[in-house]
Structure formats: C-alpha cells, structure tokens
Design a protein around this ligand. Structure first.
Ligand code: IMP
Length: 180
C-alpha cells in the first residue's frame, strides 16, 4: 500500500490492504455458499459503493445465484443525510419468494438498512439477509441484523474499494482511513 493519499484536500492513511480484503471475501464467500447450499439466492447490491464488493463476493460464491442492483440514499460528504429513497426501483415480482442477500459496502448509522429492509420485506421475499463489507458498530443507531460482516471498524471515515469521499476514491483497491 502507498503512503497517505489526499482527496479533496483531506489526508487518508492506509488501513485495510487489498490482500486482507481478498482473504476476507474468500471467507464470506464460503460462508454464504454453505448457508445457501441448494438454494439460489438473489444478491441485491446497493449502488454505488457496493459494486466492487458485490463483484468480488459473487465470484467467491460457489452456488447458483442471481444479482440485481439498487440505488438508495445519497450520502452527502462526510455526514449521512439520514434520508432514504429508492432511486432505481425494485419490482415485487423480482424478489417474491427469493432468498435475498443485500450487499452493502458499509453500514454506518444503519439508517439506510433500517429503512430499506422493511420495504423489501413487503415485497414477499422468502428471506432477507445483509452482507456488509464494513460495519461501524459504534455508529449504529438502528437495530440492524447484519449476517455477514467483513470488518468492524471504528467510527472514522474511510475511502477506497468502492467507497468515496464526494465522488472520489472508489477506484482505490485498498481501504484508507481519514488521518488525524
Ligand atoms: P448509514 O445509512 O448511515 O448506515 O450509511 C450507509 C451509507 O453511507 C453507505 O452505504 C455509504 O454509502 C455511506 N457511508 C457511511 N460511512 C462511510 C464512510 O466512512 N465512507 C464512505 N461512505 C460512507
């Protein structure tokens, strides 16, 4: 990993390497494959941030599966807007009777998932589980059940591996944390 990087004038330090990410995703892929053996889950990746985790996770799963993409809340700078809206909609028939696994990049306050999961459950899936690559456990305000967690991290802003700071940083293969 490189030294600190700068984005929009803020400094970020190396935090989780590409190699650690790959190792963790292989583990989660095996777990999901075991749990959903004989089933054919529908992965629902939350855009934009989860696109990279989703692409890696489904390749680590050795079961039949489908994937769809949804877009929910906009995240404004460093603070969660607290507002959740479905930008790219989902049809009831897409999820009815399916074992749905939501793929998130990061759960911060949990607002996004706390709003979205009940909406999804109304569409009649057989089951709903959440896989989030990162979880800021101490920032969690809502009671959200996250079945698959990559890393629990402190409440400090991170970028890279799909995560952005005001639109930049998603392409960085490692995860960087806001420096002091
Ligand atoms: P929540 O609704 O507060 O759980 O926020 C979830 C969304 O906020 C994530 O899907 C991200 O898009 C964004 N987010 C939260 N924390 C960070 C961070 O540290 N870096 C980049 N995006 C973040």
């Amino acid at each position: 990993m490189k030294d600190n990087i700068e984005i929009h004038g803020l400094s970020f330090r190396p935090y989780i390497s590409q190699a650690q990410i790959a190792e963790k995703i292989a583990e989660i892929g095996q777990q999901v494959s075991r749990d959903y053996k004989g089933k054919s889950p529908l992965f629902l990746a939350v855009l934009n941030g989860a696109f990279m985790f989703a692409a890696d996770l489904i390749r680590a799963c050795e079961i039949d599966c489908a994937i769809s993409f949804i877009r929910l809340a906009s995240y404004d700078g460093l603070n969660s807007s607290g507002e959740v809206k479905t930008v790219i909609g989902l049809q009831d028939e897409d999820v009815k009777g399916k074992d749905v696994v939501i793929i998130e990049d990061i759960v911060d306050t949990g607002q996004t998932m706390a709003h979205f999961v009940p909406q999804l459950e109304e569409m009649g899936p057989a089951s709903v589980a959440i896989a989030s690559f990162l979880v800021k456990r101490e920032a969690l305000e809502s009671d959200v059940d996250i079945k698959y967690v990559g890393f629990e991290i402190p409440n400090r802003f991170v970028i890279g591996y799909g995560l952005d700071y005001d639109g930049l940083g998603r392409n960085i293969p490692d995860i960087y944390q806001l420096a002091d």
